[in-house]
Design a protein around this ligand. Sequence first.
Ligand SMILES: Nc1ncnc2c1ncn2[C@@H]1O[C@H](COP(=O)(O)OP(=O)(O)O)[C@@H](O)[C@H]1O
Ligand SMILES: [Mg+2]
Length: 437
Amino acid sequence: MSLTNPPSSGSLSARTRVSQNLKRSLQATDDAVESRRPGGYTSKVRVRDRYHIVGFISSGTYGRVYKALGKNGKKGEFAIKKFKPDKEGETIQYTGLSQSAIREMSLCTELSHSNVVQLEEIILEDKCIFMVFEYTEHDLLQIIHHHTQPQRHAIPARMVRSILFQLLNGLLYLHTNWVLHRDLKPANILVTSSGAIRIGDLGLARLFYKPLNSLFSGDKVVVTIWYRAPELLLGSRHYTPAVDMWAVGCIFAELLSLRPIFKGEEAKMDSKKTVPFQRNQMMKIVEILGLPRKESWPGLVSMPEYSQLQSLVLHRQPSHFHRGSNLEGWYQSCLKNGGYNSTSSAGTPGSDGFDLLSRMLEYDPAKRITAEEALEHPYFANGGPISGNCFEGIEGKYPHRRVSQDDNDIRTGSLPGTKRSGLPDDSLMRASKRLKE
Ligand SMILES: Nc1ncnc2c1ncn2[C@@H]1O[C@H](COP(=O)(O)OP(=O)(O)O)[C@@H](O)[C@H]1O
Ligand SMILES: [Mg+2]
């Protein structure tokens, strides 16, 4: 997520207001961290006084996510994301971990939209940060998986349309407020039991200044490359709203085919920590979209990895590449395999669906469709009303989120080592400095 690169759309006054609020809030949290060092945070509320932990949901990049119930008059179900401080030996360090958490908090407290996950509150307790979110029963990864079991059965076309519409609405809101998500993928798109889509995991601010280096944590890859836009693969360091739109295109394709459309194998970073060209990922894209061409993407030749792209051509049969895009072929066979047609119960996303998909999976980021334009596309305009409940009219139930009872110890007393890679996270410092400028 980043604060720069404003999209072309959105009301200026609203944008200015939010960025001013953001600036204040970033400065405030920054100051708070400074003034409390080295003594640590003072706690006012304790998590376990307010919430009853039901179980463990997931272990993520930066911490763990638990399911909780409100206590002492507080009603409802919640997901609590626990961020731990970095621990180097016995010394607790406030480096990337807490800064990225603080940045995420600052942003999230400013954001309020029905298609963006709602942050309930933040609790600082014993050097840990707890972010309390509304609980969502599902996410797109889980829904897609459900449709592959026991055998593949297509997600109904009207459900795909509702999911995509809501996702784009949330994204338009983020982009209008100068927020880029940068890690859109099915696992980060949450779905409530009443079928509302909530964009989640706005936690990637830490990657903003060193986007490609920071995609790795030691040897472990922390961000999947399957949703990564071609301009990033070709070395662009500029995140733009178009990067998120590429990911939405990949998600749209995956909802229809139940498989990631560009499932590349990650090239690992070598011992010198040079960032590798993701050749295999680029190949997966080229196999379906054909080679990007400078005639239709003028910026292509000045991409840092342009020579890599050319070497990719040299090592392959030229005929393999020069046939142009086969996205339409991919789409038609996807509809056929999924049983999508106008007489089937699944319905069909039709030719409008293809047109929208092809505009999202446009090589040139400058030409790629924006969230605002996508919402106006005939795919949404034609074909009747769109439900704000993606499950409306859907038979059968989706399984509830798995909550494990094995680990519901959210206590802060023991802090298992959580040392990350050596990359310092200075995104907050630099961002707030930039905002002050
Ligand atoms: N509000 C929520 N309600 C229910 N489950 C959630 C919620 N937020 C996150 N999760 C679950 O926890 C996982 C990890 O959370 P996420 O915010 O994506 O953190 P990470 O940075 O670790 O990916 C998600 O993929 C989802 O399965
Ligand atoms: Mg996530």
